[in-house]
Write a protein that binds this ligand. Structure first.
Ligand code: ATP
Ligand code: MG
Length: 137
């Protein structure tokens, strides 16, 4: 069954949105395969966002994502990679539809509450970057 790497970012953890976000994925019918609260080492953050390293916002992105604990998860189920991206809403929360996580909870592109893998290749890479095999059910 398909799996995706989903992460509540430091703003979402600090604002107590973990419970709501977990609830949304449970309600949708997805199954939790792994979860942990963690601080991301700078090296891991740089690997995670490696494809953005030439963007002007890269340094602030890395500072933000390492600024406090994140809630890292693996969710499993039918078409979960694409569906999770729909549930999250667009990258810029001001363009995200109401009812989506970013549409409901964020206004700044740099603090948009949640990350979700954007392809099967990213999902595989990100799950391996954040979780060891024995942490996954
Ligand atoms: P994520 O990978 O975090 O799930 P995403 O896939 O929707 O988000 P990406 O293009 O991968 O978007 O960008 C990663 C993150 O970089 C975004 O979530 C956002 O916080 C930040 N970001 C993207 N574009 C901008 C921008 N123009 N200005 C500031 N930050 C940005
Ligand atoms: Mg992305």
């Amino acid at each position: 069954m398909e799996q995706s790497f989903i992460m509540v970012k430091p703003d979402g953890v600090q604002r107590n949105l973990v419970g709501d976000i977990v609830q949304r994925f449970e309600n949708k019918g997805y199954t939790l395969a792994a979860a942990k609260l963690m601080s991301i080492p700078r090296e891991t953050a740089e690997k995670h966002y490696a494809e953005l390293k030439d963007k002007p916002f890269f340094n602030s992105l890395i500072s933000f994502i390492t600024s406090g604990p994140v809630f890292a998860m693996i969710w499993e189920g039918e078409n979960v990679i694409t569906e999770a991206r729909k549930m999250m809403g667009t990258t810029n929360p001001l363009e995200a539809a109401p009812g989506t996580i970013r549409g409901d909870y964020a206004v700044q592109v740099g603090m948009n509450v949640i990350h979700g893998s954007d392809s099967p290749e990213s999902a595989e890479r990100e799950m391996n970057l954040f979780f060891s095999k024995d942490e996954i059910q």
